[in-house]
Write a protein that binds this ligand. Structure first.
Ligand code: COA
Length: 172
């Protein structure tokens, strides 16, 4: 049964939240040129990110925000898309997850990064009320860097969200 309350734990490491998704790009995922649709990549980013957030919070989560996503290389029908996600930092009820997207060339045995995004999820109970999440325990230099930088990213996205809310109010 799905949990609706976060467990009382000291915290979880990013590695404990890590998720990996791999799939072959099929014609239904692609535009007429045979490249995966940007919207399909964003859909997969949201799913891969949510899995990491679920692993951290052990609760329901909703997507609150997605930072900008760039598509630096096309991924073509028949190629493999791989996504890796992990929680970088938890705040009170929200978590920042980094999702990286790779094109995997299985003939050459090579992988290259094609997109990356920071996605914020909020842990909620079954009434959609935000609930607290455990902290993230960082150990490696890379984890500590991402943790530190997450605060600046949060400030920027909350300032942007406040402006969006104002616009919504004005257009009512
Ligand atoms: C996300 C949501 C639950 C926040 O609800 P809220 O009433 O604003 O709740 P709060 O003000 O208490 O904020 C809860 C947390 O969300 C964070 N948050 C809210 N809006 C955010 C945004 N745009 N970006 C990043 N974090 C955001 C807050 O900072 C807070 O985090 P913290 O507890 O770690 O400090 C609510 O806006 C919602 O349900 N949105 C729709 C989610 C959804 O349906 N997503 C799918 C796509 S439509």
């Amino acid at each position: 049964m799905a949990r609706t309350k976060t467990q009382h734990v000291a915290g979880r490491t990013p590695a404990e939240t890590r998720a990996e998704m791999v799939q072959v790009v099929l014609p239904n995922d692609a535009n007429p040129l045979g490249n995966i649709l940007g919207g399909t990549v964003m859909h997969l980013i949201d799913i891969a990110g949510a899995i990491a957030a679920h692993r951290h919070a052990r609760s329901y989560v909703v997507t609150a925000s997605v930072d900008n996503v760039d598509f630096t290389r096309p991924i073509r029908v028949g190629q493999v898309i791989m996504l890796r996600s992990e929680v970088t930092r938890a705040f009170h009820t929200s978590m920042e997850v980094e999702v990286k997207v790779y094109l995997e060339d299985y003939v050459r045995g090579e992988r290259c990064l094609t997109s990356s995004a920071f996605v914020t999820y909020v842990a909620v109970d079954s009434d959609l009320t935000p609930i607290p999440v455990p902290p993230v325990i960082v150990r490696t230099a890379e984890e500590k860097r991402r943790y530190r930088e997450a605060l600046g990213r949060r400030k920027r996205r909350l300032a942007f969200a406040a402006q969006s809310r104002l616009r919504c109010e004005e257009e009512k």
